[in-house]
Design a protein around this ligand. Structure first.
Ligand SMILES: Nc1ncnc2c1ncn2[C@@H]1O[C@H](COP(=O)(O)OP(=O)(O)OP(=O)(O)O)[C@@H](O)[C@H]1O
Ligand SMILES: [Mg+2]
Length: 358
């Protein structure tokens, strides 16, 4: 029997302190032996967002314990682990450093291989934990800090087709929740409020909908929500209508832009077997899943989503990315440093800031 690779993963890029033990299995997917996530939601709630110094301190306080729990739950000893993977970017440097340093220390004293994982690669490969998907596939990555269409050609090989030119989709959900006083974290609360409202009540802008290929823009939509939110006068019905109209507008934008991205993907990849993987925290949104399912049935492609527990930040996806990189011998030295910015496609144009022409 061939040896099945087992990895410890560590994630501290933002406000989740997480550790997991993953072992590859005979189906080409993974057995998740443990997946421990400690969220700092209650600490950041009163500020309506993540406060970097608080987040870093909470990671420092929790990380050792979370790793210990992950190892205990997995019933795997450190001796049996083949390597350690920790998120090295992109994200808040003060936060990344906590998980990265402890990962490097464990690797050094136990004399095991170390992999510095790009958090976005963690999201990109996350559906592979439970699904045996062949490369290449089209990825829609929608998270708190990113919104991109990419061709995932292989592990470590990405081509960006489009990206947001301003806010990330998760950020738009979080800001909308804040403007409507729906609570933190924003995405799930907007989704919940939308169920109580009329999605066609407000006509909101769909920025760059008819131009710029599959690039995305949400800033104008956010401003429109702000404008309308000032006229609500405490009317809850109107508030739910605004949440529902915001989510419906997002769905219209994603429908149109995904259709364009599928065409671009088809042109570049000569295959009739098309898989769209939707990953990142916002991929947990059920209305977005249903919307893209409708598109997939209309134009004929398959959609693959990670389970809800692997959409938001978690260390299982970091351990899984670690295993994939280990198998390709993409190891890191122990002096590897954290990076705040780390695009998956290093050649993609930077699409933000003044003077941008689209
Ligand atoms: N049901 C939902 N509907 C919409 N958005 C959601 C839902 N659940 C979570 N989100 C959003 O997902 C985001 C968190 O996702 P994730 O943890 O992947 O982001 P991040 O790690 O902070 O950013 P990145 O991965 O880009 O570095 C938040 O903005 C949150 O509001
Ligand atoms: Mg994330």
């Amino acid at each position: 029997m061939t040896k099945r690779i087992t990895f410890l993963g560590i994630e501290t890029s933002c406000d989740e302190t997480a550790a997991a033990v993953i072992r590859e299995n005979d189906k080409g997917t993974a057995d998740v032996l443990s997946n421990v996530v400690s969220s700092q939601i209650s600490e950041h709630k009163k500020f309506g967002g993540v406060v970097p110094e608080l987040a870093a301190r909470a990671h420092l306080e929790n990380i050792e314990y979370i790793i210990k729990v992950a190892l205990d739950e997995s019933k795997v000893s450190l001796n049996e682990i083949d390597g350690i993977a920790a998120t090295a970017g992109p994200g808040l440097i003060v936060c990344l450093t906590v998980g990265l340093n402890i990962g490097k220390s464990i690797a050094a004293f136990s004399n095991k291989p170390f992999i510095a994982v790009n958090h976005l690669e963690g999201h990109a490969l996350s559906p592979g934990i439970e699904n045996n998907i062949q490369f290449p596939y089209l990825l829609l990555l929608i998270s708190g800090g990113h919104s991109q269409f990419l061709i995932v050609k292989d592990v470590n090989q990405y081509e960006q087709l489009g990206t947001t030119i301003d806010d990330a989709l998760g950020e738009a959900f979080d800001k909308t929740a804040k403007m409507l006083d729906l609570g933190y974290p924003g995405g799930p609360s907007v989704e919940k409020a939308s169920k109580l409202g009329n999605k066609n009540f407000f006509k909101l802008p769909e920025p760059i909908i008819n131009k710029a290929g599959c690039n995305l823009s949400f800033a104008g939509l956010k401003t429109a929500v702000l404008r309308e939110s000032k006229k609500l006068n405490g009317d809850n019905k109107l508030k739910f209508n605004l949440a529902a109209s915001f989510q419906n507008t997002i769905n219209k934008i994603l429908y149109k832009k995904t259709k364009i991205a599928i065409e671009m993907f088809k042109e570049k990849i000569n295959s009739s077997n098309i898989n769209l993987v939707v990953a990142g925290g916002v991929a947990a949104n059920i209305s977005i899943r249903e919307n893209l399912k409708k598109l997939s049935e209309e134009i004929g492609f398959k959609t693959v989503y990670p389970s809800l527990k692997f959409c938001g930040d978690n260390a299982a996806m970091i351990a899984w990315a670690g295993i994939q990189r280990f198998k390709k011998n993409l190891l890191n030295k122990i002096d590897v440093e954290a990076k705040s910015r780390w695009p998956l496609d290093e050649n993609a144009p930077y699409m933000k800031g003044p003077g941008l022409k689209i």
